[in-house]
Design a protein around this ligand. Structure first.
Ligand code: FAD
Length: 292
């Protein structure tokens, strides 16, 4: 059933400080509204319980992609179109561009934001696996001040995060991978566009000779949260991606993911696809077949 629009309130705070003051007013009394692409779906379905919203779309402190301290700061309001158009992100973080190109359609890419994707905390979201593989940090801001949280610690359970009710996501911070790093991102859905992921895979490898000096593997839609696969990483780190290593890593990944059967796919299919993508990633490293 559709929602009754006049039952909802939307205000537009003039500044970031005004927005943070609203959040402090009463835990959970007001909720931020960025692109609205997740919130409007709930509204249309009559499932938007929160009644009081404030728009953050115009807040310049939450915008922009810039170089800082040898890394890159991606403002929470950065849209998928902004990501696609950013030379800085294309050059150093190509998996973000790939995720953005495969998110929704053009209209969603124009409105949907990186901050909204993270805050919405869906385990099937497409940017988070890339952010995990890049070892991102989330910058949170409240009337009390700012703090940074490793993105790998941000999601604590299904739709649960460490973000307090008085906090906003201000930005995501990324350290640049080394020049020769290999980036591997695959989204598997029913169609090539406008599909929610059955499995989303992102991995980053830094090689030293034939060995994996550093490796990060992350997956979406295989657990209650987007998952950094640390045990699989341990099985790979310092090793050459030969057959023995590959077999051990695939087994470890099979134990590490905990997918479910749902309308989009089965747990068995998701596990198998996750393993196939890990195999593709590692096989590509052997021949030096692909890079960023
Ligand atoms: C047709 C369609 C297709 C889609 N396809 C995809 C897809 O392929 N892949 C994918 O991952 N997603 C997809 N989505 C989901 C959605 O577009 C993304 O999750 C998007 O990034 C949400 O951003 P937003 O700015 O629109 O969030 P909003 O809807 O404005 O907000 C979402 C949630 O985040 C909170 N929030 C927003 N910004 C902040 C902030 N800065 N700090 C704290 N909390 C905040 C809001 O309060 C709300 O709870 C799709 C949605 C639709 C409708």
């Amino acid at each position: 059933m559709r929602a009754y629009l006049p039952a909802y309130e939307m205000v537009v705070p003039r500044t970031l400080d005004d927005a943070l003051a609203l959040l402090r007013e009463g835990a959970g009394a007001w909720q931020p509204f960025a692109g609205g692409t997740d919130l409007m779906v709930l509204l249309e379905a009559g499932r938007l319980e929160q009644r009081k919203f404030f728009s953050i779309r115009h807040l310049k402190e939450l915008r922009g992609v810039e170089e800082v301290d040898g890394g890159v700061r991606v403002g929470a309001l950065t849209t998928y179109t902004d990501v696609r158009r950013s030379e800085l992100l294309s050059q150093h973080f190509p998996m973000l561009g790939q995720a953005a190109r495969e998110t929704g359609g053009i209209a969603i890419q124009n409105r949907g934001t990186v901050g909204g994707n993270i805050a919405n905390a869906s385990p099937a979201a497409d940017t988070p696996p890339a952010l995990l593989a890049y070892g991102a940090e989330v910058e949170l801001v409240s009337a009390e001040g700012a703090r940074r949280v490793p993105y790998a610690d941000f999601h604590t359970g299904y739709k649960q995060t460490v973000m307090r009710a008085d906090e906003l996501i201000a930005a995501v911070r990324l350290s640049k991978p080394s020049e020769g790093a290999r980036h591997f991102y695959r989204k598997v859905g029913t169609r090539r566009a406008q599909a929610i992921s059955k499995v989303c895979f992102a991995a980053l490898a830094e090689m030293e000779g034939d060995a994996l000096r550093e490796v990060r593997v992350a997956l979406g839609s295989v657990a209650p949260v987007v998952l950094r696969c640390r045990r699989t990483e341990v099985s790979l780190r310092g090793r050459t991606p030969d057959d023995e290593t590959l077999t051990a890593a695939l087994e470890e990944l099979g134990r590490e993911v905990t997918p479910i059967d749902d309308v989009r796919s089965t747990a068995r299919y998701r596990t198998r696809v996750a393993q196939n993508l890990l195999r593709e990633f590692l096989s590509g490293l052997r021949g030096g077949g692909f890079g960023s």
